[in-house]
Design a protein around this ligand. Sequence first.
Ligand code: 5AD
Ligand code: SF4
Length: 512
Amino acid sequence: MTTTTTRPRSYLVRTMGCQMNVHDSERLAGMLEAAGYVPAATDALAEERARAGDTLAEGADIVVLNTCSVRENAADRLFGNLGQLASIKRGRPGMQIAVGGCLAQHLRDGIVERAPWVDVVFGTHNLDVLPALLDRARHNAAAQVEIEEALKVFPSTLPSKRESAYAAWVSISVGCNNTCTFCIVPTLRGKERDRRPPDVLAEIEAVVAQGAIEVTLLGQNVNSYGVSFGDRGAFAKLLATAGRTPGLERLRFTSPHPAAFTDDVIAAMATTPTVMPQLHMPLQSGSDRILRAMRRSYRSQRFLGILERVRQAIPHAAITTDIIVGFPGETEEDFADTLRVVSEARFASAFTFKYSPRPGTPAADLPDQVPDDVVAERYGRLIELQERISTEENQRQVGTTVDVLVAEGGGRKDGDTARVTGRAADNRLVHVALPAHVGPEEAPRPGDMVRAEVTHGAPFHLLADSGLRGGTFEVRRTRAGDAWQRARDGAHDHGGAAGAGGTVRLGMPRVR
Ligand code: 5AD
Ligand code: SF4
């Protein structure tokens, strides 16, 4: 790395958007560190403000924005952030700004045309070029824009700086071969590329060796995994094999597609104890007419049939979903179908989206866009229904014993009750009360497991306060907790970890 100062140059990666981006950002950070950059010191307040949408440079020499184009007004927000960075850069000679991710892939040269103070623009297919482009921009004193149409280097082969010591994302594929008419992912992430099982398994072993006890396999459509190398059963086999990795306690995956979801996957889930009783299965709409218009090839009956078979095999599975309200042409009757399927499906929770046209997708050009007020009204009804179901389903958990993998930063004070926060096996968010006798030495660390009994079910979380009444409260210290402690003791700032089992989202932002 070329540098004009004696101190190492510092970097900050700001991530917008979905889990794919969060994962890509781990690679960006890893590559920058391999190239000799060091993380910029950020304080907790700055982290907080950044999560609220601000982009703070906080003394960084290099600021990388890993962008998302799924959110509405994404471009306006990006240029707003770049405007803030321009004034910081004016006061700090030598500072560099890089923009990557989906919006960069989409806007390309348009970014430096509108924001000429940007130094580097790179796309979703060529994360690996970032350090070289930074060098080149510095050397040539000119902006460098490099976008590839297809994936050159599988990001998983790049160095990585993982966000969490105890939970890791491992990507099994990137891109998507489907053509859902509302979705920008195929345009921006390209055709599906599958990693070979031995590479995936080796990465799982490596992250487990570093202390992770939970792994989430990532792909836009995990069920089509293997088609590209001629093995349609590859995903079920991968689950079963990965699930036997020594030291791995929890295996999750996201996202499946109802059209390609086959019973061998259900069987692998049911017979592999480390595969958690949880499934995120995007419904999108309960109307068969709308599903057809979305170019999603399953129908609502098939969808409900899958849920039934999953629940037969895994009775305590918590099933979650994605639903879009107000797809072009959606009538009141279509929407009633969505409400009906939602009532029958009894999702533990649902991510609900108002349809929003993405330029370049087929649905964006459809004539009968649904008026905003109609969408808003339907959206309200859907949320109300799902909240009622989520509350009922969560209340049904009262009295059950949950094993909670404690997450980072989740501890919250509730009156004089100290609680830690984490995810149950079925991925429900649980706040667990610490009994008064548990001192700081015995308290569970992020990455440790706590067993307690559920005492209350709210729409979006459970309380497990049994320990307060002398009931179940057991802490199991884990390798992951040890790894977390080592990381904390070894470094003062790791730049805000996401937390174990944090909500995993593909194609849509996790912060809304
Ligand atoms: N409008 C609204 N929601 C969308 N999603 C994807 N594209 C759009 C869009 N154009 C939602 C889908 C998908 C989730 C990740 O984001 O529900 O499953
Ligand atoms: Fe692929 Fe999912 Fe987008 Fe459909 S919604 S095109 S399956 S990424």
